[in-house]
Design a protein around this ligand. Structure first.
Ligand SMILES: CC(C)(COP(=O)(O)OP(=O)(O)OC[C@H]1O[C@@H](n2cnc3c(N)ncnc32)[C@H](O)[C@@H]1OP(=O)(O)O)[C@@H](O)C(=O)NCCC(=O)NCCS
Length: 137
């Protein structure tokens, strides 16, 4: 899976609202992000997307989603993303996840992410945000 550049903004914009109906990101937002240095996009043709941002030797997950649950889509995207980050010399990957988001937390735990921080009542629904970190060096 080659990283998906700005030409894939329509694909990201079509998939994102299916996974995040209450906070969809539009096509211009994806086009802008995908054109930024350090931003890496990945699409799974089964219906999944991953957006990473690298800054020096660290990176963060900007967004990840799968339109079909439990088919291994997010895992495949993460494996691709991690390989790309390793190849670029990244040693740590961070993300934020809602404490109540059990599927995502299970996904990240399976990859070995550990909690690095807590932002209480970070989300508008009152949920806490966990900052997770994965050493990938
Ligand atoms: C979280 C999400 C990305 C997982 O995508 P996915 O393609 O279904 O994940 P995978 O099929 O690769 O699952 C990998 C592992 O994650 C865990 N997992 C995934 N979905 C789960 C669920 N609903 N309940 C419990 N564990 C789950 C399991 O350990 C799973 O392995 P298994 O199926 O062999 O048991 C998907 O549910 C999603 O898009 N959610 C909405 C968007 C979101 O919350 N994104 C993350 C924001 S931080």
């Amino acid at each position: 899976m080659a990283p998906a550049g700005p030409a894939f903004a329509p694909v990201f914009a079509a998939l994102h609202p299916q996974v995040f109906p209450h906070e969809p990101w539009d096509e211009p937002s994806f086009a802008t992000l995908l054109a930024q240095p350090g931003v890496l996009g990945f699409i799974d043709p089964r219906g999944g997307f991953l957006l990473l941002r690298q800054v020096l030797d660290e990176a963060e997950i900007l967004t990840i989603g799968a339109t079909q649950p439990r088919r291994g889509i997010a895992s495949a995207l993460l494996r691709e993303g991690l390989a790309a980050l390793r190849a670029r010399g990244v040693t740590a990957l961070f993300l934020e996840v809602a404490a109540r988001n059990a599927p995502a937390r299970a996904l990240y735990a399976g990859f070995g992410f550990v909690q690095a921080g807590l932002r209480r009542r970070y989300y508008t629904d009152g949920d806490d945000a966990l900052t997770l970190r994965l050493e990938i060096g």
